[in-house]
Design a protein around this ligand. Structure first.
Ligand SMILES: CC(C)(COP(=O)(O)OP(=O)(O)OC[C@H]1O[C@@H](n2cnc3c(N)ncnc32)[C@H](O)[C@@H]1OP(=O)(O)O)[C@@H](O)C(=O)NCCC(=O)NCCS
Length: 165
């Protein structure tokens, strides 16, 4: 049986939690190169990210960016994109934590509906309340984003969630 720590959590579970020294914060221009490198590692589109740095979050540990997540805002609608966690930090809850923080940021901007495209992570996003929706249901303003119009293949899954306060 695994040992119970002073926090009341087994050592097995503890190893699956986000490291305490990971800070989630808003991205700055200085983070751009590192974020783009992470997107490249994770095989996610880089185009259009630079224009949305002010609504991008990063997860930083020491001097290293280990995760990111971004919003493209279209009035009360938003595209969630570039959700990425460095491979060695995965499966510890960081992806969920980053995405929840990004949805909180969307609420700060009074966003009501969030859309996303994914080729591999629909199960991950369904844990956050996203449901699949046909492309035809996506408002034109979101469909005209670079990611929707040129980058993600027609086969990518479209998901959406309604934000409540
Ligand atoms: C998707 C991604 C961000 C998840 O990051 P992560 O830190 O490993 O996620 P978490 O540890 O918070 O995962 C939480 C849960 O989602 C599940 N999950 C994580 N990634 C998943 C994926 N790609 N598909 C299905 N489920 C996934 C985990 O197994 C875990 O489930 P559990 O709580 O039942 O064990 C990460 O795998 C990644 O960077 N992938 C490459 C980029 C990508 O595809 N991004 C999404 C499109 S923008």
């Amino acid at each position: 049986m695994s040992k119970i720590t002073e926090e009341g959590m087994s050592t097995v579970e503890k190893s699956k939690t986000v490291p305490k020294d990971v800070e989630i914060r808003r991205a700055t221009d200085n983070d751009s190169t590192e974020i783009l490198a992470l997107l490249e590692t994770c095989q996610l589109p880089k185009e259009g990210l630079a224009a949305n740095l002010s609504t991008t979050l990063v997860a930083q540990r020491g001097n290293e960016i280990v995760g990111c997540s971004a919003l493209e805002l279209y009035q009360q609608l938003a595209l969630l994109r570039s959700v990425a966690v460095k491979p060695s930090f995965r499966k510890r809850g960081l992806g969920l934590k980053l995405t929840r923080a990004t949805l909180d940021l969307a609420r700060e901007f009074r966003v009501t509906n969030v859309y996303l495209l994914t080729e591999t992570a629909s199960t991950f996003f369904s844990k956050l309340g996203f449901i699949q929706t046909p492309r035809s249901n996506v408002p034109d303003v979101v469909k005209q984003s670079v990611e929707f119009s040129t980058l993600c293949p027609e086969s990518a899954t479209v998901m959406t969630t309604l934000l409540t306060t």
